[in-house]
Ligand binder design. Structure first.
Ligand code: 4AD
Length: 573
C-alpha cells in the first residue's frame, strides 16, 4: 500500500472510526492511527491548538505539524500489536463458544430423540419409600418378602453428579436417601442431561448392594431401568443452591424457610421434633395422664401483662394464651392428671436466641402431690422421653449427627436452691444485670443463668425462687415463706427449658395474691372456684418444646427448632 500521511492532533483530534486522519479530520492518538493503518505511513502530530501558550513560546509553534517521534511510534506499534492479538483471541473464543453451543444443541437434539419407556416385560415394580431396608428382600403390603424385586421410588433430587456416561443421583423423600444410577440411554436423555436439584421424579430399577469400598445410604444403590420427571426444579440463577446455602445469612434462610427446610439439618431437627412430641404423648400415656386441649383465645393472663398479645375479640378485649396452666388445673377433679401440647404466645420484645412469640408448650398438672413428687415426675418424664426418642435408630442417628456429644443426662438431676445459686454466682464472680454481685431477690438473668448451667454442665433443678420474682399462683414454702415451691429446669447450652411450681390451693391466700398483683379476680372466677369446690395440693409445669430441642439437637437458637418461627419482627412466611 502506498505511503500516506495521517494527522494526529492530541488536543482536538478524535479516536473515532468516523475520522479520516486527514489534516481537517485528525485522530487524537498515534496508537489509534497505527492500529487503524499500520506503521508504514507518515504520521504528523501536534499538541494543543486551543490551550494557553506557554510563556515565551511562539504562538505558531503549537500549530505546527511535526513527524511523530521514533519512540512514540515504537510504543504505538506495540500497542497496536497487543490490540490485534487480543482481538484475535476474542474472535477465537467466540468461535469456540458457538462451536460448543452447536455441539450442545446437537447433543440435546440427539438426547431429545431418546424416549424412555418402562419395559413392561420386566417384573412389576413394588413401590417403596427410600428408607425401606434390605435390598434383596422387599416386604409387600401383605407381609410376604420378595427376593430380587424391582422397586419403584418417588422423591426429589438431593444431589447429582456425572462420571462420563454414568449419572449418580441421591434421591430424597423425607424418609431417607437413596443412591440411584443412570447408565446407558437413561443418562443420555434430555431430562438427565438437564437435571436440576429438587426435581421430583419417579424411578424404577433394581436395588443392589454397593461394591465393596463404595459408600451410599443403606449401602445400596438403585440401578434404574426407567425414570420419569414429575416436576422439574428451577435451574440457573434460580437454582435452589443459589438461593440457600451454608453461607446464606440466617435472616435470608428464615425468609426462605420453605426452601431451607429441604436441607439436611433443618429437616433432621424437625423429624427429631416429631419424635419428641410423640414421645411426650407416649410417656404421659404410660403415666395414665389425659390429654386435653385448652383454648388459645382467653381473657386472663398467667405470666404477667408485659408479654400479652391483645386483640379485639368481637367487641371485647382478649389475649392469645400465655400458658394453658390455669385451664389444666380445672381438669384435675374429673380427669385426674392431665397434660396438653399447645401453642403459647408471648409478646417478647427482645431478640434472644431462646425467645419466640409463638411456641409449643408441653404442660402438665398433677393432683394430690408434694413438691418432691413434682420434681421426681419431671425428671422421670424428661429421661423417659429421651429414652423413647433414642430407642428409634433413625432418630438416634439424627441426634448423633446434629449433636455428636449428646449423652443421656445422669440421674438424679442436680437440685439447687435459688439462694444457693445466688451464692454460687457470687463465688464465681458472675454479676447481675446492674454489673454488681448477685443478691437474694435478683431475677437471675439469661446470660448469668446460662453461664452457670454451662459451667456445671448437667441438668439442674433450680428451686425455691423468691415469691416477688415469680407468678402470683405459686405456693409458698411452708418452712420459708419468702420463697415458693417453684422449679426451673436448666440445661447446658440453653438454660431454662421448664418452669413449674406447686399451686396456691387456699382460696383466701390466692385472693390475697391477686390483690397484691393488682389483678382483678372477677375474670378468674372459674379458676378460683377450683379452691372453693374441694381444693387439693397440686402442681405442674410447662416445658418449651423448642428449647428442649435446641438442647437435644444442639441448635444455637430456638428459631431453628420450629417450622416457621415467629418472633419480634417476624410473622412470615
Ligand atoms: O416459665 P414459664 O413462663 O411458665 C409458665 O408459663 C407456666 N404457666 C407453665 C406451667 O406451669 N404450666 O414458661 C414455661 C416454659 C419455659 O421454661 C420455656 O421453656 C418456655 O416455656 N418459654 C418459651 N419458649 C420460647 N419462647 C418464649 N418466649 C418462651 N417463654 C417461655
Amino acid at each position: 500500500m502506498a505511503e500516506q500521511t495521517f494527522y494526529i492532533d492530541e488536543d482536538v483530534g478524535q479516536d473515532e472510526h468516523s475520522q479520516q486522519g486527514t489534516e481537517s479530520s485528525p485522530y487524537k492518538s498515534l496508537s489509534f492511527a497505527v492500529l487503524q493503518h499500520g506503521d508504514s505511513h507518515k504520521f504528523l502530530t501536534r499538541k494543543s491548538t486551543t490551550g494557553e501558550v506557554a510563556e515565551g513560546a511562539v504562538e505558531s509553534s503549537r500549530l505546527d505539524w511535526k513527524p511523530a517521534a521514533k519512540a512514540a511510534l515504537k510504543k504505538a506499534k506495540n500497542y497496536a500489536a497487543q490490540q490485534q492479538k487480543k482481538a484475535a483471541r476474542e474472535q477465537e473464543l467466540v468461535a469456540q463458544r458457538s462451536k460448543e453451543e452447536a455441539d450442545r444443541k446437537k447433543i440435546f437434539d440427539e438426547a431429545k430423540k431418546i424416549v424412555i419407556e418402562e419395559d413392561m416385560s420386566l417384573p412389576k415394580a413394588v413401590k417403596i419409600k427410600l428408607d425401606e431396608t434390605d435390598p434383596k428382600k422387599v416386604t409387600l403390603g401383605n407381609g410376604t418378602d420378595v427376593k430380587g424385586t424391582r422397586v419403584r421410588v418417588f422423591g426429589r433430587v438431593h444431589r447429582e453428579r456425572r462420571q462420563k456416561d454414568i449419572m449418580f443421583i441421591t434421591l430424597r423423600d423425607g424418609y431417607g436417601f437413596m443412591q440411584v444410577i443412570f447408565s446407558g440411554g437413561l443418562s443420555k436423555t434430555y431430562d438427565a442431561l438437564t437435571l436440576t436439584r429438587e426435581t421430583s421424579m419417579e424411578i424404577c430399577g433394581e436395588l443392589r448392594e454397593v461394591p465393596a469400598g463404595a459408600h451410599a445410604p443403606n449401602s445400596r444403590e438403585l440401578h434404574a431401568d426407567y425414570f420419569r420427571i414429575v416436576g422439574k426444579a428451577a435451574g440457573g440463577d434460580d437454582a435452589i443452591t443459589n438461593r440457600v446455602s451454608r453461607d446464606t445469612e440466617h435472616a435470608t434462610l428464615l425468609d426462605l424457610r420453605h426452601l431451607t427446610l429441604r436441607g439436611e439439618t433443618a429437616s433432621k431437627v424437625l423429624i427429631v421434633r416429631d419424635a419428641v412430641e410423640f414421645a411426650f404423648n407416649q410417656v404421659y400415656k404410660e403415666l395414665r395422664m389425659r390429654k386435653v386441649s385448652p383454648p388459645a383465645l382467653v381473657q386472663t393472663q398467667v405470666e404477667g401483662g408485659a408479654t400479652l398479645f391483645k386483640f379485639r375479640y368481637y367487641s371485647e378485649e382478649a389475649f392469645l394464651t400465655q400458658s394453658s396452666q390455669l385451664y389444666l388445673e380445672t381438669c384435675l377433679p374429673s380427669m385426674g392428671d392431665v397434660y396438653c401440647i399447645e401453642k403459647s404466645f408471648r409478646a417478647e420484645k427482645s431478640l434472644t436466641r431462646r425467645h419466640l412469640a409463638e411456641y409449643s408448650h408441653v404442660e402438665a398438672e398433677l393432683d394430690f402431690i408434694t413438691f418432691d413428687d413434682l420434681l421426681d415426675h419431671l425428671e422421670h418424664v424428661i429421661c423417659r422421653v429421651l429414652e423413647v426418642v433414642m430407642d428409634d435408630p433413625t432418630i438416634a442417628q439424627h441426634v448423633k449427627e446434629l449433636n455428636p456429644e449428646f449423652k443421656m443426662p445422669e440421674r438424679p438431676f442436680m437440685r439447687m436452691k435459688y439462694s444457693d445459686a445466688i451464692d454460687w454466682l457470687v463465688e464465681h464472680h458472675i454479676e447481675n444485670e446492674g454489673m454488681e454481685p448477685h443478691k437474694f431477690g435478683d431475677d437471675i438473668a439469661e446470660a448469668a443463668e446460662r453461664r452457670m448451667t454451662d459451667i456445671i454442665n448437667r441438668p439442674i433443678f433450680l428451686t425455691h425462687f423468691p415469691a416477688e420474682i415469680k407468678a402470683f399462683y405459686m405456693q409458698k414454702d411452708k418452712d420459708d415463706p419468702r420463697v415458693t415451691e417453684s422449679v426451673d429446669c436448666l440445661m447446658p447450652g440453653v438454660g431454662e427449658i421448664v418452669g413449674g411450681s406447686m399451686r396456691m390451693y387456699d382460696l383466701d391466700e390466692l385472693m390475697a395474691a391477686f390483690k397484691r398483683e393488682e389483678i382483678d379476680p372477677a375474670t378468674y372466677y372459674w379458676y378460683t372456684d377450683q379452691r372453693k369446690y374441694g381444693t387439693s395440693p397440686h402442681g405442674g409445669y410447662g416445658l418449651g418444646l423448642e428449647r428442649f430441642l435446641a438442647w437435644l439437637c444442639k441448635q444455637h437458637t430456638v428459631r431453628d427448632c420450629c417450622l416457621y418461627p415467629r418472633y419480634f419482627g417476624r410473622c412470615a412466611p
